[in-house]
Design a protein around this ligand. Structure first.
Ligand code: SF4
Length: 260
């Protein structure tokens, strides 16, 4: 088990910069290398990350509460999952699902997506941000899957990352959900939760992902991504965490917990 970093002091300037100096395209902080300031303005960290026993207890409780957590993007196979995750950059899962329902009904394989063509794909996803670029990417990645991978989604980080519109984080999500690889892609919610409790303190999503993948106990690593993302989305919210109903409130060291 890797040693966790000792975080800088609470509310130190470096911590605030870490939370707010995003220059990536991820306006909502989704799966970007850094986190957008608007959604993480309230990140503070306790003086020290929780110890290993506490870390294990936190994930034991997540597991007890939800043994098989699920993501909220709709998909029927690895290909539709890949497309949904590509479309979800700077978009909500709900918005993506509204668009992909009709799209996947007519194109749930790379061959069918290619046959549909870029213009038609664009018409299905025009409610999603950056739909022009995303339509191009969906067609281009479908072509590569057909030409190089026999129409299948490869279960390889390297092969996934060379697909248009697919970065390391998207590849991690696909590997985790479609192929049960225990990777912990870090989005804005996981970045906030990890730094608040703190599980692992890091100034970028990449650092937090590497840290979490090193310290989360193996039995819990596969589902850690979903547990943490759902915890951040519905309980440990950015502006007002719901600490009184939080199942790990007695273990969390966040100095600004909310009162009932
Ligand atoms: S106690 Fe509050 S700050 Fe800590 S994890 Fe729970 S909701 Fe988040």
């Amino acid at each position: 088990m890797a040693a966790r970093k000792t975080p800088p002091s609470v509310k130190s300037p470096s911590r605030r910069r870490a939370a707010g100096d995003s220059k990536t395209g991820a306006a909502s902080g989704r799966l970007g290398g850094r986190i957008a300031p608007a959604t993480n303005a309230h990140i503070e960290t306790a003086p020290e990350a929780v110890d290993s026993a506490t870390l294990t207890e936190i994930f034991r409780r997540f597991h007890t509460a939800e043994p098989e957590p699920k993501g909220e993007l709709h998909a029927v196979n690895p290909f539709t999952l890949l497309v949904a995750v590509v479309l979800s950059a700077q978009a909500t899962d709900r918005g993506v699902n509204l668009a992909t329902g009709p799209l996947f009904a007519v194109a749930d394989t790379p061959d069918k997506m290619l046959a549909l063509g870029e213009e038609t794909v664009r018409s299905y996803i025009r409610t999603i941000g950056l739909f022009n670029t995303k339509a191009k990417n969906v067609i281009a990645l479908s072509r590569i899957l057909v030409e190089r991978h026999g129409g299948e989604v490869p279960a390889s980080l390297e092969a996934l990352q060379v697909l248009p519109g697919v970065g390391a984080k998207t590849a991690s999500v696909v590997l985790n959900i479609a192929f049960q690889v225990p990777r912990i892609a870090v989005d804005t919610h996981i970045f906030r939760v990890s730094n608040r409790i703190p599980l692992f303190v890091g100034s970028t999503t990449d650092k937090v992902q590497a840290g979490l993948e090193a310290i989360v106990p193996e039995p819990y690593r596969l589902h850690a991504h979903h547990w943490l993302i759902l915890h951040g989305r519905y309980t440990c919210k950015a502006r007002k965490p719901e600490c009184p109903r939080c199942l790990i409130a007695d273990l969390c060291r966040y100095p600004s917990k909310t009162a009932a």
